[in-house]
Design a protein around this ligand. Sequence first.
Ligand SMILES: [Zn+2]
Ligand SMILES: [Zn+2]
Length: 649
Amino acid sequence: MINIKFPDGAVRQYEKGTTALDIAKSISEGLARKVLAANVNGQVWDATRPIHSDASLKLLTWNDEEGKSTFWHSSAHLMAEAVESLFPGVKFWVGPPVENGFYYDMDLGDRKMNEEDLEKLEKKMNELAKQKNSYIRKEISKKDAVKYFSDKGDEYKLDLLRGLNDGEITFYSQGNFTDLCRGPHIPDTGFIKAIKLTNIAGAYWKGDERNKMLTRVYGVTFPSQKELDDYLNMLEEAKKRDHRKLGKELGIFTFDDDVGPGLPLWMPNGTVIIEELEKLAKETEQEAGYKRVVTPHIAKESLYLTSGHLPYYQDSMYPPMELEGVKYYLKAMNCPQMNCPHHHKIFAAEQKSYKDLPLRLAEYGTCYRYEQSGELFGLMRVRCLHMNDAHIYCSKEQFYDEFRAVNDMYLKYFKIFGVDKYVMRLSLHSPDKLGKKYVDEPELWIETEQLVRDVLIKTKTPYVEVADEAAFYGPKIDVQIWSTIGREFTLATNQVDFAQGRRFKLEFTNHDNKPETPLIIHRAPLGTHERFIGFLLEHYAGKLPVWLSPLQVKILPISDKFLDYAKTILQKLKKADIRAEIDDRNEKIGKKIRDTELMKVPYMLVIGEREMNEEKASVRRQGKGDLGAKLVEEFIHDLKNEIEERRGE
Ligand SMILES: [Zn+2]
Ligand SMILES: [Zn+2]
């Protein structure tokens, strides 16, 4: 018998050679139908692979990242089987899972694949899926593997084999298809219930343009038809909500070739949004005891040598400029973000004692990142960013409270922006890599990781743990959020830092009158303006809440006769700090309303004879239509409340 330890700590005995699937079956048939793979001692395995010794085990389903990627990777094999039956003699390179599905790179010889072929392939894949063919793992010697692919004349797999040794080579077969693959895979093809091949593209072999161009076929699969339908609907909706399209229509940002790719120009409407977000951040941080600082966009090379950014991150930095024989670099977006060293210098500028801690320094810092032109994408990947950055310098004893306060700040923001789905991805160190991949501080790692975990558990914040993905200098927490249409965004990263304090020789005098190095928390709950506003445009489909709307009220007089009355209302709104305009065009009221709707202005005040005589306005709310006539004073009073409370809809 062997001992199997479950994630909840329970240990049960099973017969030697049992599989994760057997174990799932012993729990319930329903569970067994959902098990895609298993995490065995920290490694993802086939659910059907025998376990021969004591192990920790986590069953992986569609709801686990690794379960999903195993599902998609297995689907790539299924697609390859279908391709091989329709294009005999095809040769395959690699077929990994990606963010939304999978692809496989292949050499079709002199044949070409078109859209119609995709339909045929989908049909074939469905047919093969229904056969419920098992994915069968086989360990094989290098000699036999080389012989297999030499006989096939497959130079691509032979190339992969060159980098592998005996003992680490496995073949996987399902139906009539065999592939060289490390695995793991799902138990059988029957798990794949819905299939969509999405795209055909060209891809150079090994990403090198001197090599042959291969055909890359993308697809996505799901365990049910409903999930595929939901996914396709989401894509359709995402197209309508594309931040690049909305950003143009609503006059939020633009790009100009003379300024440069990836350098957004924020137009007046976008700037209002930026200022409202900064106001929110400043109020929130003020309340939470932060102090604001302002630092230059550039610094001398020596600063980044001390911080360790150079030379490691040089590839993502703008080239230096030389001045008086000294190299200067633009602050870059890196891990840690490059506002940090400037803030560390502010910490170091004055003698510190435990009474000065925690010290929280905040700045909406501007950073630059050299992204490849091909990687640039709207506001999501740019070369200039404004970051809601701050650094908290604290003692070990203060760490828990400080980290908890940061977490609370996130939760507060999620509430304001109606973000219902989010998850904190906590990346941990790996003890055997201390001193190599990770700062050699074994106790600090364990202690801070536990404190972070405690905060997440106590605040009931959804989180997942990822082993061996921490930053060099401490555990990190990536914050993933989902827009209303279910698309995932990485909002920001929080980092705990044991290293920078020491590198910069930051010290405070502790209670025992001894010098001590502070812990540093890097945090940026609102991420960057660029990414966050891109997210908000999709999340709200451009219909921003009133407090964020560039224009909050549009006054629509029915005719010129009421223009003076409209102007008195405008004065009152302005006095109340409400962003308003009059539509004084000589147009029919129906057209004025339609145009204002298109610009997604939250409130419209329609002014005619009756409204003027009664000192009222007919109120229309974007998306809701006519709310009836209201006294102007009353409307302003209610609207001010809505804005001050930063109410959603
Ligand atoms: Zn595989
Ligand atoms: Zn930082």
